[in-house]
Design a protein around this ligand. Structure first.
Ligand code: AMP
Length: 287
């Protein structure tokens, strides 16, 4: 694996690879890598000749400065895992490499409805920051294929919209969520949970599974309230529990046969905010 810290050097290297006909797969991350990230590396390796991973904790997407300061950093272990899993290139820029002119007065993206709901509502400015960094990274790497996790469902939709707005020729791949044995979605933030919080955190997966199992049994308001109870009984402070149209994230209140539905949850286990989602309609699962 080759490590680049400078964008200009990476651009030159990737251009020679492209001139030789190599397709480039890109896996952007914020590090503290786990098997979920590594599954994206694997997906890229299956599709593209050259897999580029980036590790950059993007300051502009953190609406809570404490969250940014506490974001886990495990760079030596990350490099080891990437090498072991066959990544070809690691891009590890510092903040000036990405935001040469600073992080104020950056481009504003018109994300419309997508930015007004769920993560957009509870983390104001978050998706603007995600787009600001992703546009820069995609301009540097110029990938043919981009791999991102369904774990961040709304983020996938935002980046697909960014690709559309900027008319980029990039094939977007949504990769399934990897989970721990008890169902908890793998996340860099899980390392912040103490033993008690970690045990309680599995309530998110249980609540999502409950929604899926009871989708056609009762009114959505009723099952959502029961799912919320499952979370609060486990000390979660809830931002949202919603069922939405999986194609556009319109919030849905009644079962409608044939519509692809997704349940989405965001909640705090003390200081740690966790998100997860599940496609509720079996016929629409990724696999
Ligand atoms: P992050 O480092 O949290 O920004 O995540 C980098 C990429 O990994 C994003 O596309 C995430 O959606 C994806 N990802 C995070 N957790 C998982 C998981 N448990 N399974 C699959 N992909 C994941």
């Amino acid at each position: 694996m080759i490590l680049f810290k400078k964008a200009a050097e990476l651009i030159t290297y990737l251009q020679t690879q492209k001139n030789d006909g190599a397709e480039i797969g890109f896996v952007p991350t914020m590090g503290a890598l786990h098997n979920g990230h590594l599954s994206l590396i694997n997906a890229s390796k299956k599709t593209a000749a050259l897999t580029v991973c980036s590790i950059f904790v993007n300051p502009t997407q953190f609406n809570d400065p404490k969250d940014f300061q506490k974001y886990p950093v495990t760079i030596e272990k990350d490099i080891y895992l990437l090498e072991k899993n066959g990544a070809d290139v690691l891009f590890l820029p510092d903040v000036y490499e990405i935001y040469a002119d600073g992080t104020k007065n950056l481009e504003h993206y018109n994300l419309g409805y997508l930015e007004t709901i769920l993560e957009g509502e509870f983390r104001p400015g978050h998706f603007q920051g995600v787009c600001q960094v992703m546009e820069r990274l995609m301009n540097i790497v110029k990938p043919d294929h981009l791999f991102m996790g369904q774990k961040d469902y709304q983020q996938c939709m935002v980046i697909k919209k960014l690709i559309e707005i900027k008319d980029l020729k990039i094939k977007f791949h949504t990769c399934e969520t990897l989970r721990e044995n008890d169902g908890l979605a793998m996340s860099s933030r899980n390392t912040r949970l103490n033993d008690d919080e970690r045990k309680k955190a599995t309530a998110i997966y249980k609540a999502l599974s409950f929604l899926k199992e009871n989708l056609m049994q009762k009114d959505f308001t009723e099952i959502i309230n029961e799912a919320k109870n499952m979370l609060t009984e486990n000390n979660f402070k809830i931002d949202y529990v919603e069922i939405a149209d999986a194609d556009n994230l319109e919030i849905i209140h009644h079962y409608n046969k044939g519509k692809k539905l997704v349940a989405l949850i965001a909640a705090f286990q003390n200081e740690t905010r966790l998100i997860d989602n599940m496609i509720l309609t079996n016929e629409h699962n990724l696999k």
